[in-house]
Design a protein around this ligand. Structure first.
Ligand code: PAF
Length: 282
């Protein structure tokens, strides 16, 4: 098996990328927090198909976790991740330390307005500022032609598209469709927290989203449909529902009727695991 070079600091990353640039190679960036699954592999596959070189990043970014969230418990398995990245034919792993990313005196953050007002932005204060800051740094460190993010984190994807456009970062931001288990559950590194009983309940989330989306497309009233979906999640065993919401897909503002490109979004807790998902409403 071939091995995978690992850059541990920004200078090593830049030296590799600069050599590829001199050779005329295009570069695809796949930012992750590790604990890789087939959803990440889909990002790497798409990057491989569209670029000469693929750089994956693994950095569990402390600034996007709130107090009481799972930063300490977040799954870490660099050896397992490296094997998956080699199988996905990545050319370089950038796995910096927290000190390399946030040296003493670090004082800058990137805040994206409007898109972060609702959904996870409202439920996890500061989360998207942490995401936007670290992704801005990764884009400026690697200067890729394209960077790849999953549609499961649809709000995150829109935030990253906005910051790249607003800050004139010359990378195309590519959204990749959600990869799902056979029963519909969206792949997530956090799924490994689920107990067997919780895992059996988890697939209710995508099923109810799909059913609610179909009801809305056939003209069902929005308020009642969202309320019913919330009640059914609780009845199925979800301990807490953060939101079930209909929003437009571009600005992520709540809607009282479906429009072209609108989506249903949900976040709900099963024990200590918070699941999110979204579904288009035709
Ligand atoms: O989606 C993720 O894994 C993270 O939010 C990201 C984009 C790598 C930033 O830390």
């Amino acid at each position: 098996m071939r091995d995978l070079p690992i850059a541990r600091d920004i200078a090593q990353l830049r030296a590799r990328v600069a050599a590829w640039r001199r050779a005329g190679d295009s570069i695809g960036l796949v930012p992750t927090m590790g604990a890789l699954h087939d959803g990440h592999v889909a990002l790497a596959d798409r990057a491989r198909a569209e670029n000469r070189r693929v750089v994956a990043t693994i950095f569990v970014n402390p600034t996007q976790f709130g107090p009481g969230e799972d930063l300490g418990a977040y799954p870490r398995d660099e050896a397992g991740d490296v094997a998956k990245l080699i199988a996905a034919q990545c050319d370089l792993l950038f796995a910096p330390s927290a000190d390399a990313m946030y040296p003493a005196g670090f004082a800058t953050s990137v805040q994206v307005a409007e898109l972060t007002q609702h959904l996870c932005g409202a439920m996890r204060p500061g989360h998207f500022t942490g995401v936007a800051t670290v992704v801005t740094k990764l884009l400026l460190q690697a200067m890729p032609d394209r960077a790849y993010f999953g549609e499961k984190d649809f709000q995150q994807l829109q935030v990253i598209r906005r910051l790249a456009a607003d800050l004139d970062i010359p990378a195309e931001i590519v959204g990749v469709p959600t990869v799902r288990e056979p029963d519909g559950l969206a792949l997530s590194s956090r799924n490994r927290y689920l107990s067997t009983a919780e895992r059996a309940v988890a697939a209710t989330l995508p099923r109810l989203l799909r059913e609610a989306a179909a009801a809305l497309s056939s003209g069902a009233p929005v308020d009642a449909t969202l309320r019913t979906a919330t009640a059914r999640l609780v009845a199925a065993g979800f301990s807490k529902v953060d939101y079930v919401a209909l929003c437009d897909g571009a600005r992520l503002q709540p809607l009282d009727h479906p429009v072209a490109g609108s989506r249903l979004f949900a976040a709900a807790h099963l024990g200590r695991t918070r699941l999110i998902d979204n579904w288009p409403v035709a």
